[in-house]
Design a protein around this ligand. Structure first.
Ligand code: ASP
Length: 310
C-alpha cells in the first residue's frame, strides 16, 4: 500500500539543549506539531502533496517563532525581504518568489506563480504586482516587527557580516521553514519559505527560492527542502544534488541526503540541513549543525517532533 508521509523543518543551527526555557521549547514543539498535523490530515483526507506542503508551511509562516512570513529577520536596510518556492514532483512544475515585502504567506504566492502564471520565478516589484492582480492584501511593516529579531539585527547592523538566524551567538532559536510530502498517489512535493539571513544586503537572494538549490521535487527521485547558509547551498546546488545522486548513482534517499549534508556541502564550508521524501514515502532529515527544528509523520506509524541531535 502507498505510504503517505510529511516532514517539516523550522531551520537548522546552533540549537543546544538547555539554551532556551522549557516554556519556549514547548511553544516550538507545539507549533511544529500543529504544522505537521495540518499537512498530515490533508494527506489523510486525500489532498495532494502540493496542498499539504503549502498549508504546513503557512502555519510556520504565521508564527513569530520561525524566520519566514511573520517572523522574518531584518535585512541590512532594517526591513524584510522574503523568498519562497514550491515544486511538484509529478510534472516538475515549480513556482518561486524572491525579494518580496508585505506578503503574509510567501509560499502561497509561489504556488500561485506556479499554477496561475506562465512563469516560474518572479522577483520584487514584479512579484508584488502579480500578488496585487490576484487580490493579495499587503501587510503593514508592523505585522513583521519582532523585538527579538530587531535586537538580533541591531547587534550586527554596523558590521559587514550577516548571519543565519538560528546561528546567533546569544540566542539561536529561529529559522527558515519547509515541508516535503508524499501523497496517496505517490506524488511528492517540496515547499520552502524564508526571511533569509539577518543583516543580509538589500537585494540578496538566498537558496530557498532557487529551484534546485534550496527546493526541488521530482517523483523519480525525491522532494527536498533545505535550510542553512544559503550562499553555500546555492554553490552546492544542494537539493538537485540529492536528486542526482539518486538518479545517476542509484543511491537511496537516506544515503544521498547524508552524502550531500555530511560530505559534499561541508567540503565547501556550508552548514545546515535538509528534509527529503521519496515517492515510496521514505523520509530523511540530515543536518550538520547542532540541531534542526524538525518533525515527521507517516502512515506506517512514525511520528516525531525533534530539535536537538539525538
Ligand atoms: N537558507 C536561508 C538563506 O540563506 C537561511 C536559512 O536557512 O535560515 O536565505
Amino acid at each position: 500500500m502507498q505510504k503517505i508521509a510529511i516532514a517539516i523543518h523550522g531551520g537548522a543551527g546552533t540549537l543546544l539543549k538547555g539554551q532556551m526555557t522549557s516554556e519556549k521549547e514547548k511553544e516550538y514543539r507545539a507549533t511544529l506539531q500543529k504544522a505537521l498535523d495540518v499537512g498530515y490530515n490533508l494527506l489523510k483526507n486525500g489532498a495532494t502533496s502540493v496542498e499539504a506542503v503549502e498549508k504546513s508551511v503557512n502555519v510556520l509562516e504565521d508564527s513569530h517563532l520561525f524566520n519566514a512570513g511573520k517572523g522574518s529577520v531584518f535585512n541590512a536596510d532594517e526591513t524584510h525581504e522574503m523568498d519562497a518556492a514550491i515544486m511538484e514532483g509529478k510534472n516538475r512544475n515549480a513556482g518561486a518568489v524572491t525579494l518580496i515585502t508585505g506578503i503574509k504567506n510567501p509560499v502561497s504566492l509561489a504556488r500561485d506563480v506556479m499554477e496561475k502564471s506562465e512563469h516560474v520565478f518572479l522577483a520584487g516589484e514584479g512579484a508584488l504586482q502579480f500578488a496585487k492582480s490576484r487580490n493579495y492584501t499587503l501587510e503593514e511593516e508592523s505585522y513583521f516587527y519582532d523585538d527579538f529579531r530587531h535586537k538580533q539585527w541591531l547587534e550586527i547592523k554596523d558590521s559587514d557580516s550577516f548571519q543565519l538566524d538560528h546561528a546567533s551567538k546569544k540566542d539561536s532559536k529561529f529559522g527558515t521553514v519547509g515541508a516535503v510530502a508524499c501523497d496517496k498517489h505517490g506524488n511528492i512535493a517540496a515547499a520552502t519559505s524564508t526571511g533569509g539571513m539577518t543583516n543580509k544586503k538589500y537585494g540578496r537572494v538566498g537558496d530557498s527560492p532557487m529551484i534546485g538549490a534550496g527546493n526541488y521535487a521530482n517523483n523519480n527521485t525525491c522532494a527536498v527542502s533545505c535550510t542553512g547558509s544559503g550562499e553555500f547551498f546555492i554553490r552546492g546546488v544542494v537539493a538537485y544534488d540529492v536528486s542526482c545522486l539518486m538518479e545517476f548513482k542509484g543511491l537511496s534517499l537516506e544515503d544521498a541526503a547524508n552524502e550531500v549534508i555530511h560530505h559534499r556541502i561541508l567540503e565547501i564550508g556550508g552548514d545546515g540541513g535538509l528534509i527529503a521524501v521519496d515517492a515510496k514515502g521514505n523520509v530523511a532529515l540530515p543536518f550538520n549543525t547542532e540541531g534542526m527544528y524538525r518533525a515527521i509523520k507517516d502512515s506506517a506509524g512514525r511520528e516525531e517532533v525533534s530539535i536537538y541531535k539525538d
